[in-house]
Design a protein around this ligand. Sequence first.
Ligand code: ADE
Length: 228
Amino acid sequence: MMHIDILTVLPELLESPLSHSIMKRARDKGLLKVELHSLRQWAVNAYGQVDDYQYGGGAGMVMMCEPLVNAIEQLSKNRVYDEIIYFTPDGVRFDQKTANLLSLQQNLLLICGHYKGIDERVRQHFVTKEISIGDYVLSGGELPAAILVDAVGRLIPGVLNDETSALFDSFQDDLLAPPVYTRPADFRGWQVPDILLSGDPQKIADWRYETALERTRQRRPDLLDDDE
Ligand code: ADE
């Protein structure tokens, strides 16, 4: 069972995305446990303060060391984290390879930042991995955390069945996925490719590989530049 703790000032934002569909199945099957922790529990005063003005001036608040470090240290008493992850636009870009690697871990702690981010000293002394989900700025780390849990959770063995197997996803072999069709075979005169109706598994596999390759060449040639 994989255990993911999430530290956030907005646990409500994460409840719904982690409670449906495949994430729900993973949790119901006991393969994934996600716990949301409100950072306010570790606030520095009765007002629930967890952020403060930044040294040097400038607009925007910074999340303070004390609540974060107290939270991290308290949660670390219950389990040894394989990674303590902080979401930030200046982190390493999240991709399928990182999702694959993280799906092999037991315990993750995810830290969702807000405002201008978290005090740099927390990053230096506690965070082991800094992840960006793309080159755009979001208002907090909650949506990135939901994305990571979804991408990683569905890779945990037993979460997906054979039909939804992650082995054939886009990116798993550095190729985009081939096009897919369902009934009817003729919709308004638009036909499903004959090969898919042929019943010949080898021909179908070849066609899928060729169309995946062609699609990747056209849309994401960068994936084919053998750089690994
Ligand atoms: N927090 C704000 N923007 C982000 C991004 N693009 N990726 C990860 N965390 C973020």
